[in-house]
Design a protein around this ligand. Structure first.
Ligand SMILES: CC(C)(COP(=O)(O)OP(=O)(O)OC[C@H]1O[C@@H](n2cnc3c(N)ncnc32)[C@H](O)[C@@H]1OP(=O)(O)O)[C@@H](O)C(=O)NCCC(=O)NCCS
Length: 142
């Protein structure tokens, strides 16, 4: 069993090596480690779970600070799942974005119960994806 995780909302000291645990599992063309560092730095809010100095879970949010925020990415490395880590990361983001009118996330149906337990509700949506530049699990996935 791993040691207790620590959690942070800061990207200070987070580099390629910290993120090398295998995120973007199953993506056809995942972001590079450089891009992973950059997307965290470019987010308005982040939440990270660390096992020593290794990131084992991350989530980011993009917020306008007035009305709305979007949570584009959330992932916990498989050995660390079903221990409350993903829920804690989302709660950390919700705390950071504050009391906004809307906080949105796009997810596959199988993950809906996870978000519903955190106060989100099922909704319709539309997405635009450029699969020539980047592919996630499949063309039907977010
Ligand atoms: C979704 C994910 C972040 C959840 O992380 P986690 O650390 O396992 O989440 P938690 O331990 O906080 O889960 C809390 C509860 O949510 C539910 N839950 C968690 N993962 C779930 C999943 N994949 N499907 C359905 N329900 C899920 C369970 O009820 C769980 O409670 P339980 O373990 O007591 O049954 C993780 O499975 C993951 O990284 N998946 C791959 C990437 C992904 O799908 N990200 C979401 C993109 S929108």
């Amino acid at each position: 069993m791993a040691a207790a995780l620590t959690f942070t909302t800061s990207v200070d000291g987070i580099d390629q090596a910290s993120l090398a645990g295998g995120f973007f599992d199953g993506w056809g063309s995942p972001p590079s480690l450089d891009e992973h560092v950059a997307l965290l730095r470019g987010s308005s809010h982040v939440a990270l779970a660390l096992d020593d100095d290794r990131v084992v879970g991350f989530a980011n949010a993009l917020s306008d600070g007035i009305l709305s925020a979007y949570i584009p990415l959330l992932e916990v490395l498989p050995p660390y799942r079903r221990q409350g880590t993903g829920s804690k990361l989302v709660r950390m983001l919700l705390d950071q974005v504050g009391e906004l009118y809307m906080v949105d996330v796009m997810c596959n149906d199988d993950v809906l119960p996870f978000y519903e337990a955190l106060g989100f509700q099922r909704a319709g949506g539309a997405v635009r994806r450029d699969y020539r530049r980047r592919s996630a699990h499949s063309a039907s996935d977010a």
